[in-house]
Write a protein that binds this ligand. Structure first.
Ligand code: CTP
Ligand code: MG
Length: 344
């Protein structure tokens, strides 16, 4: 049912490439915006410490993983000094007292504790910057996956650009909001990384399969192995594929759309960035799911688990549509190309 595409032209690939690079330039935060986030975090911590003794805050998510937008939310993780894990902690009580404390902060509004979710959080709105955010407790695995994503982002500029393009695509098509039944941006980032690992030659390695020495080290956090190769300065020594792939971002973006519409079999295969060898939905016992995306550390977590059949097909249609749009050469940008900011 996929329609055949006209031949891709070099001119068009050039345009596609420029569009992708432009997307990154338009949406990536600048140094000032990055500093503002750090400043807010510092301000919160100082403020909180008067009311919740020993409170420590760290930023994670797209503020730190290299795929942040100017308007991305502030994902903050809180821990308590002297307490290594959440064990024995009354999370609900801490969340409630955190919410109570935050209500006294003069630049915060809409404080909303959510204690029913898998990870209890307090949501907030920061009036000075217009940023939304949430504080979660001992979200340790998320801190580790933030580092993993940041490492992939640091390997090659094309990784970053493609992840931005993918996130913009998801936002524009309204398929990137897990709280409304679609997929989180984290899930789309994993899809991009998986594609880049499976590309031939690959653009990025599988960092979780790489190690120096005899035996693969195991680092357990919440019962899951969070080890990955992070010595990126020496990546060229340990990864034979280093800089082998020379495709442009435009080529890769179209390649990604082809991959997920023409090649990848969602029924059979799991999107899995922790190993090179394909992982089957059968092996995971995730065959009843429409779209299986395995978290790189919490292997029991399928990021596609919450998708309805309708939503999964809506997402697939967005990809099929994009394959046609980005795969049909035009001579130039359409003159009436809408102002990109109108989307947000
Ligand atoms: N996260 C996770 N598992 C999920 C969803 C999110 O571990 N199912 C973690 C990831 O570390 C993710 C972070 O929580 O990066 C924040 O999630 P979210 O704000 O939804 O995504 P971001 O990556 O921050 O992207 P955005 O720019 O859209 O905020
Ligand atoms: Mg976020």
């Amino acid at each position: 049912e996929l329609e055949p595409l006209p031949l891709m032209t070099l001119d068009f690939l050039q345009i596609l490439n420029e569009v992708c690079e432009q997307c990154y330039c338009d949406f990536a935060p600048d140094d000032v915006e990055v500093k503002v986030r750090e400043h807010i975090l510092q301000d919160f911590e100082t403020f909180l410490r008067c009311q919740v003794p020993g409170a420590k805050l760290v930023l994670f998510g797209s503020s730190k993983n290299g795929f942040g937008f100017k308007q991305s939310d502030l994902d903050i993780c809180m821990t308590l000094e002297g307490q290594d894990t959440a064990e024995g902690l009354d999370s609900m009580a801490v969340i409630e007292s955190l919410a109570k404390a935050l209500r006294k902060h003069h630049s915060l509004r809409n404080i909303l504790p959510i204690t029913t979710a898998k990870v209890p959080i307090v949501k907030f709105y920061h009036t000075k910057t217009g940023l939304e955010g949430d504080i979660s407790l001992y979200n340790t695995l998320a801190l580790h996956n933030t580092q993993l994503l940041a490492s992939y982002a640091a390997i090659d500029a094309r990784v970053k650009i493609l992840c931005y393009v993918m996130k913009v695509f998801a936002k524009v098509c309204d398929i990137g909001d897990a709280s409304r039944g679609s997929l989180s941006s984290y899930a789309y980032t994993l899809m991009v990384l998986y594609f880049l690992q499976q590309r031939s030659p690959p653009v990025i390695p599988v960092l979780q399969e790489m190690y120096v020495g005899e035996k693969k080290p195991v680092v357990l956090v919440d019962g899951w192995d969070v080890h990955f190769f992070s010595d990126l300065k020496n990546l060229h020594k340990y990864w034979p594929g280093y800089k082998k792939n020379k495709e442009s971002v435009g080529q890769l973006w179209f390649g990604l759309l082809q991959f997920y519409t023409e090649t990848f079999d969602f029924k059979e295969t799991v999107v899995c960035i922790r190993r090179k060898e394909p992982l089957t939905t059968f092996k995971k016992q995730w065959t009843s799911k429409h779209l299986a995306i395995e978290d790189p550390f919490d292997l029991s977590h399928n990021l596609g688990a919450g998708l309805s059949r309708r939503m999964a097909s809506f997402i697939m249609k967005a990809f099929i549509n994009a394959r046609r749009v980005f795969g049909s050469p035009v001579r130039d940008f359409p003159p009436e190309y809408p102002n990109k900011m109108e989307y947000f």
